[in-house]
Ligand binder design. Structure first.
Ligand code: PLP
Length: 427
């Protein structure tokens, strides 16, 4: 059945993605899952994409979902008063220690959209500021927040008064506030697709101060950094002030179901939607926070103990240090970035003509470095799935599962060391 499904994907869903995956040698014929890893003909694959924080199909999350399906509970509540969503919202608010209102959606983009609408409705101002290099999703609002490029250009005209200022530029931020009309500043604590780069403490201080002073919302998109990934429950815990809205997604559903959330304060919810019964439903989505999704999310949160998060911080630091010291000998290596188990490996583009996209017959990508995808290609053969950052192809994004053994991380260090040596020798 799966074999036919793979061919149907090529034919009916996205032929180019299928071709790209095959050309790059990505594991495209997965036959199952074992101990959190993917199984394919060549062996086991350690998935470093990041959505499977507890590994693929963690038994506890799978059991919670199975138990729910075996019960007689409705999955969907027509009046929207959904007890499972209530329980999950309470748990998230208590755990975050800063919020008391949650909106659930089915995708990260949907939650970003909710934050943008909250900001406009609560402040009655139009402008939503983001940062160059951000990735916020694929809906019209979220893609307006991104810089020009493939994620944005084909879809204009874009949502007005929403878009990026230069990355980490305090002067540009101050100028935007002087112009006025700012409803929100939307930030990723560490931009993942932008190349695993963190906003500086100086920029954060300015963003916290200016949003507060001008009554704008500070929004943290923690879809990548949240829920333990950086060695804290939330990366924004350390900001000078807690964001007014916080966005979670990806692994919120334990890697099994689609669910995202936008956490805020009830005072802001009231300002935006609390006018009367009809306005309370002005922003909603049919299946956001369905019981099945909330059950999976609650099970995932049970696994995400303080000890697990502390371990992410600890082993992440050791892993990054080992990568930095081992890879330092290679000309093609620049540096290691990130926090916890959100790791970026910056490589140096080779100027050897054989290692250009033109050489491989892909002229349209002539301005992109090949080094990231070539390294990924070789790592797939070694059983590690990672990828280059969407906005910066020099940088490998490596987001291991939280349950990974340190010996597997050591094997990855050895594998990338050997593969970089091979690529260095080619040039
Ligand atoms: C930081 C960030 N925001 C938003 C999104 C969009 O989430 P989704 O793909 O679930 O719509 C992503 C997805 O990768 C993301 O990394």
């Amino acid at each position: 059945m799966l074999r036919e499904g793979y061919e149907s994907y090529r034919r009916y869903v996205n032929p180019l993605i299928t071709l790209r995956a095959e050309l790059l040698g990505e594991p495209t014929r997965i036959t199952g899952v074992q101990d959190g890893r993917l199984v394919e003909a060549r062996g086991h694959v350690e998935d470093f994409h990041g959505t499977q924080t507890f590994g693929h199909r963690h038994p506890a999350i799978t059991a919670a979902v199975t138990e729910f399906l075996a019960s007689d509970s409705p999955n969907w509540f027509p009046c929207r008063v959904n007890p499972y969503a209530g329980l999950l919202a309470k748990r998230l608010c208590e755990r975050s220690g800063a919020y008391d209102n949650v909106f659930f959606a089915n995708s990260g983009s949907g939650a970003v959209e909710a934050a943008m609408k909250l900001a406009r409705a609560a402040t009655k101002k139009p402008r939503i500021i983001s940062l160059d290099g951000a990735y916020h999703g694929t809906t019209m609002g979220s893609c307006a927040l991104m810089k020009p490029g493939m994620f944005k250009d084909p879809f204009g005209p874009h949502v007005p008064e929403a878009g990026p200022i230069p990355f980490d530029d305090v002067d540009a931020l101050a100028a935007a506030f002087r112009e006025g009309g700012v409803a929100a500043v939307v930030l990723e604590p560490i931009q993942l697709e932008g190349g695993v780069r963190a906003v500086s403490p100086a920029f954060l201080a300015a963003a916290c101060e200016l949003t507060e002073k001008h009554g704008a919302l500070l929004v943290a998109d923690e879809i990548q950094t949240g829920l333990g990934r950086t060695g804290r429950f939330l990366a924004s815990e350390t900001w000078p002030r807690r964001p007014d809205a916080l966005i979670l997604g990806k692994h919120l559903g334990g890697g099994l179901v689609p669910i995202s959330g936008m956490l805020t304060r009830s005072e802001l919810f009231d300002r935006a939607y609390g006018e009367h019964y009809a306005s309370a439903e002005a922003h909603n989505t049919t299946f956001g926070g369905s019981a099945l999704c909330c059950v999976a999310a609650l099970a995932a949160l049970d696994l995400l103990t303080d000890d697990v998060i502390a371990r992410v911080g600890r082993i992440g630091e050791v892993f990054r240090a080992k990568l930095a010291s081992t890879l330092a000998r290679h000309e093609l290596f620049a540096r290691v970035k990130g926090a916890g188990l959100l790791v970026g490996i910056e490589l140096v583009p080779s100027d050897h003509p054989w290692l250009s996209f033109e050489h491989f017959g892909i002229d349209a990508l002539h301005d992109q470095p090949t080094i990231g995808v070539l390294t990924c290609h070789r790592l797939y053969k070694r059983g590690f799935y990672c990828f280059a950052c969407g906005h910066d192809w020099r940088i490998l994004r490596v987001l291991p599962r939280f349950t990974i053994e340190e010996s597997t991380l050591d094997s990855f260090v050895t594998a990338i060391d050997e593969e970089l040596e091979y690529l260095c020798n080619l040039t």
